[in-house]
Design a binder for this molecule. Structure first.
Ligand code: ARG
Length: 456
């Protein structure tokens, strides 16, 4: 491509470090779409003839068919997807192929291709996140009144409902989806026509190519257009945050499926056995979802470091932008699909959850609240009285509901039989009717809200 200036071939090692065709062939379709928009615009502006345009469009379609059929002769010598496609076009249609690159550079070309590819990925994540949210919503709907222990510090805290726990994750994934959408809005501007860095003297129409490629507008500064990769960083940041949410839910699944917890069961579809221990059922998919965050966040860090300190405009460093994004997005796609599958696959063990919800004095706060509401005791005093009753239960090896009324009255004379009505986990969770609380009626309210929102 630059044989005019150069007379010798690059060294093999130069070629090896320089070539990106090994990974940027993923951009083939976007590259051809971008080139077709550019050629169409060049003809409309009278920069190339209609006959050349037709030859170019036909040639590019044929090349895409070749690529899709796995018959394209990718060459490392031709460095990247852009030069591979352009060289092939010249082979196929001759001189007209040499006119495609008029008023364009690989710098605006690659920025355009990469934006189109990233945008397509964000749209896929939107769909996958919506599907995961729907899976969580179905579990929440079915288990709006299934009582389980709620934790702080992974110590039993207060009873909650399984549906409430599912909806907590639904909210997080909804924000992840929102971040992807926000990112898409900001990134949806076209770099095409910025050329190498300064723009071009040809009378190109950047609005036309922007529109043809589904961008909202052309980018306003040619230096920025070829230098910016914050769209990829932002997408990776959104992916990283999403991956942390997936990882937290995956971690809970790992804990919940253990013999010590037995809160949920996963079927054969999402577990594996052990080659030595016949009794084992391992939650490998959950563990791998938990682990994928490493690659995804690593990719964000990698690209941040590539980009920091680069002077304007294009530097070859920026060729290193693609692999982290490809790797992170492939991992996130798989993790989202696996998580939606596991959420649909899991069955909460209602009996075990109820038993665990009643353990560890989980309704002690309800006892204190009863003292406040019934005896008008200041909360701090009620906290102290309850602490003494818990210590008594602990020493007698009883749950709060199993305590003798007389023994409780020994600590606080005002306590009556009515106290027992607030000491069950079901009563506790049901009483938490404040907005956003765990009570089944609040959970059902939120289920209905999300049902309506997701069906839009
Ligand atoms: N393969 C290159 C990349 O991915 C394309 C742009 C090359 N531009 C250049 N001036 N060498 O960044």
């Amino acid at each position: 491509m630059w044989g005019g200036r150069f007379s010798a071939r690059p060294s093999d090692i130069m070629q090896a470090i320089n070539a990106s065709i090994g990974f940027d062939q993923k951009l083939a379709e976007e590259d051809i779409t971008g080139s077709k928009a550019h050629a169409t615009m060049l003809a409309k502006q009278g920069i190339i003839t209609d006959a050349d345009r037709d030859a170019i469009l036909g040639g590019l379609d044929a090349i895409l068919a070749e690529i899709n059929a796995g018959q394209f002769p990718f060459s490392e010598e031709l460095e990247d997807i852009h030069l591979n496609v352009e060289a092939r076009l010249k082979d196929r249609i001759g001189e007209a192929g040499g006119r495609l690159h008029t008023g364009r550079s690989r710098n605006d070309q690659v920025a355009t291709d990469f934006r189109l590819w990233t945008r397509k990925s964000l749209d896929l994540f939107d769909t996958l996140l919506t599907d995961l949210m729907a899976a969580l919503l179905d579990q929440a709907d079915e288990h709006a009144a299934t009582i389980m222990p709620g934790f702080t510090h992974l110590q039993s805290a207060q009873p909650v409902t399984f549906g409430h726990h599912m909806l907590a994750y639904l909210e997080m994934f909804a924000r992840d989806r929102g971040r992807m959408r926000d990112c898409r809005v900001r990134m949806n501007e076209s770099p095409l026509g910025a050329a190498a860095l300064a723009g071009t003297p040809y009378p190109i129409d950047r609005d036309m190519t922007a529109e043809a490629l589904g961008f909202d507008r052309p980018m306003a500064n040619s230096l920025d257009a070829v230098s910016a990769r914050d769209f990829a960083l932002e997408a990776l940041a959104a992916a990283s945050i999403c991956a942390t949410h997936l990882s937290r839910l995956a971690e809970e699944m790992v804990i919940w499926t253990s013999a010590q917890f037995r809160f949920i069961a996963l079927t054969d579809a999402f577990t594996t056995g052990s080659s030595i221990m016949p009794q084992k059922r391992n939650p490998d998919a959950a563990e791998l979802v938990r682990a994928k965050v490493g690659r995804i966040m690593g990719s964000l860090t990698a690209l941040m470091i590539v980009m920091k300190g680069l002077p304007l405009a294009y530097s070859k460093d920026m060729q290193e932008d693609k692999e982290p994004v490809f790797e992170a997005f492939e991992s996130l796609e798989l993790a989202l699909r696996a998580m939606a599958g596991m959420v649909r696959d899991m069955t909460p063990n209602e009996a075990r959850l109820a038993e665990a919800a009643g353990a560890a004095f989980s309704t002690a706060t309800d006892l204190a609240d009863w003292l406040v509401m019934t005896l008008n005791m200041p909360f701090r005093d009620a906290h102290h009285v309850t602490g003494r009753i818990v210590a008594m239960a602990e020493s007698q090896d009883l749950t709060l509901s199993e305590l003798d009324l007389g023994d409780m009255q020994g600590v606080e004379a005002g306590i009556t039989q009515d106290i027992f009505s607030v000491l069950t986990p079901l009563a506790s969770a049901t009483s938490r009717t404040s907005y956003g609380g765990t009570s089944p009626i609040r959970v059902r309210e939120q289920v209905a809200r999300w049902r309506a929102a997701l069906s839009k």
